[in-house]
Design a protein around this ligand. Structure first.
Ligand code: NAD
Ligand code: IPM
Ligand code: MN
Length: 362
């Protein structure tokens, strides 16, 4: 049966960057003979405006019925005053949860051409290649109870619950160790076990899983130190595994090591390898509609899709090389621009990747 890829563009720069990724997917079909159908759906604020909900039933059905999902970004100031239960972000969280996409892989790789684009010193970041494995369907994002309530004295109280089941910790740890076996064989588990019981259990379970992977060296780090170490000496890390919220924060931090948040792709996988692919950044309302967003994180997410869900690892590698070729040519969107380079638009960057891809021998 033909494979199906769902395209969920979303809000802000979402449609702009997704359009470039679709150009790449189309080029792969036309020039490489790869075969899948693409079908678009509404998500986030765009879906709310059209249907009154950020995750319409037909979008969820499309996601469930697809082999892979490409997502742009959701959210923006227009929807910030809506009740939290119907905000654009709930659309994204709803798909992650409904499809049980618990394993979020966020690779922070510095293309050598962008050493000068990072705000950190070249010697700190050059050669950087870290994999952040973020738990994505549990923790404080989904824990109950949650809400805002009025206390007897009349003041309001907001609350969320950080909760992890042993099985949730075990499965994400197994993903991290399995990935580490194919890389540098080192896992650093990040928690706050000195304060939070839920992450004390996290540490215990990660230690248990480590016994199944005797060739992998495990270390533990508190999240505050991990944030500091990521900017002090990021190359000490191979695979980082952490909770939903810590992973969210640390991956934005790691993105800056690669020159820009516009460079970091992600894969969110279920137990079977089905996945959703998206840049780790958001809808960037401050630059939306200007044609200046960096589409490379989304394009590199397509490479992850090829590798993890479409079983096409050779084209994935070629696509990553094509991004390198474009950077070699000095093409830069404003977020990665440095003097002497050629500043290009979102569309021109996408076109250049397609051109490089077509001309890259497989
Ligand atoms: P953001 O990631 O959208 O933007 C942070 C900064 O990075 C901005 O200055 C933006 O211009 C810049 N930036 C982001 N992506 C870029 C790109 N591709 N090229 C160049 N510059 C880029 O984070 P935010 O401003 O905190 O959030 C804006 C909205 O996006 C919020 O509604 C938030 O909830 C949502 N959000 C969505 C996702 C998602 O859909 N996965 C992720 C994060 C934030
Ligand atoms: C991300 C985003 C999301 C998250 C939001 C938009 C729900 O920040 O994908 O990193 O916090 O997971
Ligand atoms: Mn985030």
């Amino acid at each position: 049966m033909r494979k199906k890829v769902a395209i969920l563009a979303g809000d802000g720069i979402g449609p702009e960057i997704t359009a470039e990724a679709v150009k790449v997917l189309t080029a792969l079909q036309e020039h490489w003979g790869l075969d899948w159908v693409m079908e678009s759906g509404l998500i986030g604020g765009a879906a709310y405006d059209a249907t009154g909900t950020p995750l319409p039933d037909d979008t969820l059905a499309l996601a469930q019925d697809s082999d892979a999902i490409l997502l742009g970004a959701v959210g923006g100031p227009k929807w910030e005053t809506l009740d939290i239960s119907i905000r654009p972000e709930k659309g994204l969280l709803g798909i992650r949860s409904a499809l049980q996409l618990f394993a979020n892989l966020r690779p922070a790789i510095l293309y050598p051409q962008l050493v000068g684009a990072s705000t950190l010193k070249p010697e700190v970041v050059s050669g950087l290649d870290i994999m952040i494995v973020r738990e994505l369907t549990g923790g404080i994002y989904f824990g109950q109870p949650r809400g805002v309530q009025r206390l007897e004295n009349g003041e309001r109280e907001g609350f969320n619950t950080l909760v992890y089941k042993e099985s949730e910790i075990r499965r994400i740890a197994q993903v991290a160790f399995t990935i580490a076996m194919k890389r540098g064989r080192r896992v650093c588990s990040v928690d706050k076990a000195n304060v939070l019981e839920s992450t004390e259990l996290w540490r215990e379970v990660v230690n248990e899983v480590a016994k199944e992977f005797p060739e992998v060296e495990l270390s533990h780090m508190y999240v505050d130190n991990a944030a500091m170490q990521l900017v002090r000496a990021p190359k000490q890390f191979d695979v980082l595994v952490t909770t939903n919220m810590f992973g969210d924060i640390l991956s934005d931090c790691a993105a800056m090591l690669t020159g820009s948040i516009g460079m970091l792709p992600s894969a969110s996988l279920d137990q079977s390898g089905k996945g959703m692919y998206e840049p780790i950044h958001g809808s960037a309302p401050d630059i939306a509609g200007q044609g200046i967003a960096n589409p490379l994180a989304t394009i590199l997410s397509v490479a992850m899709m090829l590798r993890y869900s479409l079983n096409e690892s050779a084209p994935a590698t070629c696509l990553e090389k094509a991004v390198g070729t474009v950077l070699d040519r000095g093409l830069r969107t404003p977020d990665i621009y440095s003097p002497g380079m050629s500043q290009v638009s979102t569309g021109a960057m996408g076109d250049a990747v397609v051109e490089a891809l077509i001309n890259t021998p497989d």
